[in-house]
Design a protein around this ligand. Structure first.
Ligand SMILES: Nc1ncnc2c1ncn2[C@@H]1O[C@H](COP(=O)(O)OP(=O)(O)OP(=O)(O)O)[C@@H](O)[C@H]1O
Length: 399
C-alpha cells in the first residue's frame, strides 16, 4: 500500500470540513491519508467530535478502511481504505444514529458523495438522527430548498428529503431525524456549468419561531420585502411566500430566505438565533433576524454568481469527481471576481492534495471522472459484499 498523503489539519479553515472531504475522497479513490492537528484552528483544543467520528467511522466501514486514531478529541487519524474495489452499493437502508444533536447534515455532507459514486441499482434510504437545525452547519431547510435542487441542476438524480422530527441543541437538547432517499449514479457524472444565473423570480421565507411571534415576524418580513422589492426582483413582479412553523421554545428563532432565479438557481441565507431573548428584547431580536438574513441574501443576489457562499464549498466535491471541466461562477463585486470563501479554498486544497485536481481563479476544475464502481464490475473488476452491506445498515454512534 502507498504511503498515506499527509494533510495538516490547521490548513486554511482548519475545521471539520477538511476531515470530512478528505476521508470521503480517500474512501472513494482508495487513497490512504494521514491527517494531523485535526480541527486545529478550532477553540477548545480541536480534535474529533462525535459528528466527525460518526462520518469517518461510516466511511471507514464502507471502504473497508484500516483506521488508527479514532476516539473523541483525537488530534490525528490514519485512514487506509482497502485497495480492492468492492461493489454492490451500500445497501438500501442506512441508519446512522447520533445520541447528541450533532449536525445531521454534516454527516450527510460527508457520506453523500460516497453513496452516489459507489453506484448500485437500488435507491438508498439514509436515515440520520441528530440536530437538524444547528448553527454553523446546513439546516434541514437549507438542504431541502437549496442544496438538493442545485444538485439536480448539475445532473445528480433527484434526492428526496423527509423530515421526521427536528433536532435542536438549544432549548433542551432534542434529537431529530431525517431520511434522504438517494439514487446512486449509474455512470460517471458529466462535467457541469453553473455560469448563467438569470433574474430572481421568487423568494421564499421559512420561519421557525415561538408561535406567539408569528404575526410580528410576518409583518417585519412584509415591511422588509416592500422596502427592498426592486433590489430583489428588479423590474419583475415580486413573488413572495412565507411559511411558519412553531419552534416550541423561546431559544429557537430561525429564518431562511431562498431566492429562485429564472435559470433555476437557488441562493439561500439563514440564521439560527438560539441565545434566548432577554425580557423586553424580542422586538430587537426579530428585527435583527430579518435585517441580517435579508442583507445576506441581497449581497448574494447582487454579486450575480450562481452559488451562495455556503453552496460554493459544498459543490467542490462534485466538480472534483465529475468527468471534464466543470465551472461554478461565484460572482463579482465592483468588477472584481469574488474570492472563494475560506471553506471553499480549503475544499479546493483538500481535493488538490488527495486526488490531484486543480481549481482555477474562474471556479473551473478538470474533474477526475470517477467511474462508479458498478461500471467497473461489469468489466470484471468488482465483487459483491453482503457482509459490508449488513455492517453499514446500522451505525450507532453513542459517543
Ligand atoms: N448557514 C449555513 N448554511 C449552509 N451551509 C452552512 C452554513 N453554515 C455552515 N455551512 C457549511 O457547513 C460546513 C461547516 O464546516 P466546518 O468545518 O466549519 O464545520 P464542522 O465540521 O462543524 O467543524 P468545526 O466544529 O470544526 O467548525 C461547510 O461546508 C459550510 O459551508
Amino acid at each position: 500500500m502507498s504511503t498515506p498523503i499527509h494533510l495538516e489539519g490547521t490548513t486554511l479553515e482548519g475545521g471539520g470540513q477538511l476531515l470530512r472531504l478528505a476521508t470521503c475522497l480517500s474512501a472513494l479513490t482508495h487513497t490512504p491519508i494521514h491527517i494531523t492537528a485535526i480541527r486545529g484552528n478550532r477553540s477548545g483544543g480541536g480534535g474529533l467530535k462525535a459528528q466527525h467520528l460518526t462520518s469517518v467511522q461510516w466511511l471507514g466501514q464502507a471502504s473497508h478502511a484500516r483506521i488508527s486514531g479514532m476516539g473523541l478529541k483525537s488530534p490525528e487519524i490514519t485512514f487506509m481504505p482497502s485497495p480492492t474495489t468492492t461493489n454492490g452499493g451500500v445497501g438500501e437502508d442506512v441508519v446512522i444514529k447520533q445520541s447528541t444533536p450533532g449536525a445531521v447534515n454534516l454527516v450527510f455532507q460527508a457520506i453523500l458523495p460516497y453513496v452516489l459514486f459507489r453506484g448500485g441499482d437500488e435507491k438508498v434510504r439514509v436515515r440520520i438522527t441528530g440536530g437538524t437545525n444547528v448553527s454553523n452547519s446546513p439546516s434541514y431547510d437549507y438542504i431541502e430548498q437549496v442544496l438538493l435542487p442545485m444538485l439536480t441542476l448539475i445532473g445528480i438524480p433527484p434526492i428526496d428529503a423527509a423530515l421526521h422530527s427536528r433536532g435542536w441543541s438549544q432549548g433542551g437538547a432534542k434529537i431529530g431525524s431525517v431520511t434522504y432517499t438517494i439514487t446512486p449514479l449509474n455512470t460517471k457524472l458529466p462535467a457541469f456549468l453553473l455560469t448563467h444565473r438569470g433574474g430572481v423570480k421568487s423568494i421564499r421565507a421559512t420561519v421557525i419561531a415561538p408561535k406567539q411571534y408569528e404575526c410580528q415576524i410576518a409583518e417585519e418580513l412584509d415591511v422588509m420585502f416592500e422596502k427592498r422589492e426592486s433590489r430583489f426582483f428588479g423590474t419583475r413582479d415580486a413573488d413572495i411566500g412565507i411559511t411558519f412553523e412553531d419552534s416550541q421554545h423561546e431559544k429557537r428563532f430561525y429564518l431562511l430566505l431562498v431566492a429562485t432565479t429564472t435559470a433555476g438557481v437557488k441562493l439561500g441565507r439563514d440564521w439560527l438565533y438560539d441565545q434566548g431573548v432577554r425580557a423586553g428584547k424580542v422586538d430587537t431580536v426579530i428585527a435583527s433576524l430579518v435585517r441580517q438574513v435579508s442583507n445576506d441574501l441581497l449581497s448574494e443576489i447582487e454579486h450575480g454568481g450562481c452559488v451562495d457562499e455556503h453552496l460554493r464549498d459544498q459543490l467542490v466535491v462534485f466538480q472534483t469527481l465529475a468527468e471534464g471541466r466543470s465551472r461554478v461562477y461565484g460572482g463579482e463585486r465592483k468588477g472584481v471576481r469574488l474570492e472563494p470563501s475560506l471553506h471553499a479554498r480549503t475544499a479546493h486544497w483538500v481535493a488538490e492534495e488527495v486526488v490531484g485536481v486543480e481549481f482555477d481563479e474562474d471556479g473551473g476544475c478538470e474533474g477526475i471522472g470517477l467511474a462508479v464502481e458498478a461500471e467497473e464490475e461489469e468489466k470484471g473488476e468488482g465483487r459483491a459484499d453482503e457482509e459490508l452491506v449488513e455492517g453499514l445498515k446500522k451505525l450507532d454512534v453513542s459517543a
